[in-house]
Design a protein around this ligand. Structure first.
Ligand SMILES: [Zn+2]
Length: 298
């Protein structure tokens, strides 16, 4: 299809690009006993599962190439070590990490702005701020600028959760966060704060467009020129509340009884595959979290 590339703006043949990088979905599918985790953009039809993630004709071949090299570095140096529980205590990163986070969240932001323009659901001044951020991120991604003024990128590793309140514990946060991938823009008002974030099977990457006056991000900031991330991290932000709201909403419309029956039958046929799976590990982490809550309910 010949159309305008969302990044460089030239009329070219557009490729079908993944919004969340393909290696994330490949990982979830490869390591899961169950492969029907729902992957969707929240504004789309919730009844359509995306087995391979959302794909859109968005970028020309050259722009797609720009993103590719950084995706590979992220997969090799961050994503795979994290999933193998080998995340280094001090993550040293180059400028590629800031570029990668921007590229994923820009894709989500770009598509969300189109949705907001068509369907509303946003206050006009917030839409203006999102458009301004999208433009600045685009300029940076096509290498016209070396930095994005006024915008912060963060990375947060949703590792084994030690403690959470009963509502969150009930939802099974490990299973949800570590076995899913999604991304979207989030706005809260009075005081205003705007974000785009993506969950890549437990690696949460966030772009803060407008900061809430009370939020705190500790050891999570990713700088444009490279740096080092030290563990432990902590985050206090409306965005974390939103993540748990999204988790609750997603699980309310979760898999149907007949689908569940099919899963149970599949598991009976091949129980060893289940026990060896990452899916099972997350299930056990959630069970541990529940047990801790029952013993010590505050
Ligand atoms: Zn292009």
């Amino acid at each position: 299809m010949m159309d305008k590339c969302a990044l460089c703006g030239q009329i070219k043949e557009l490729k079908l690009s993944h919004i969340i990088p393909k290696f994330v979905f490949d990982y979830i599918k490869r390591t899961g006993a169950i492969q029907n985790t729902r992957f969707r953009r929240p504004l789309d039809n919730p009844n359509i599962p995306y087995q391979d993630g959302d794909k859109q004709e968005l970028l020309c071949g050259e722009c797609e190439e720009l993103f590719c090299a950084k995706e590979k570095l992220f997969a090799e140096q961050v994503f795979i070590p994290f999933q193998n529980n080998a995340i280094v205590k001090n993550l040293q990163y180059g400028p590629w990490l800031h570029y990668f986070i921007t590229s994923v969240n820009w894709r989500n932001l770009y598509l969300d702005i189109l949705d907001f323009e068509r369907n509303g659901g946003i206050r006009p001044h917030a839409l203006d701020a999102l458009r301004d951020a999208e433009k600045k991120m685009r300029e940076y991604l096509i290498c016209r600028t070396e930095n994005i003024a006024g915008i912060e990128n963060h990375i947060f590793f949703a590792d084994a959760i030690k403690k959470a309140d009963s509502k969150i514990t009930e939802l099974g946060p490990h299973m949800f966060i570590r076995r899913s991938a999604f991304g979207y823009s989030y706005m809260c008002y009075n005081p205003d704060a705007y974000y785009v974030y993506s969950n890549l099977a437990g690696v949460i990457i966030a772009t803060i467009i407008k900061k809430h006056p009370q939020e705190v991000w500790s050891n999570t900031r990713v700088k444009p020129n490279g740096g080092i991330i030290t563990i432990p991290q902590s985050v206090k932000s409306p965005l974390i509340g939103e993540l748990f709201d999204f988790m609750r909403d997603s699980q309310e419309s979760t898999i149907s009884d007949s689908q569940q029956q099919k899963l149970v039958e599949r598991l009976k046929k091949d129980p060893q595959r289940l026990i060896n799976s990452e899916f099972y590990k997350c299930f056990m982490l959630d069970a541990e979290l529940k047990k801790r809550y029952i013993i010590n309910p505050d």
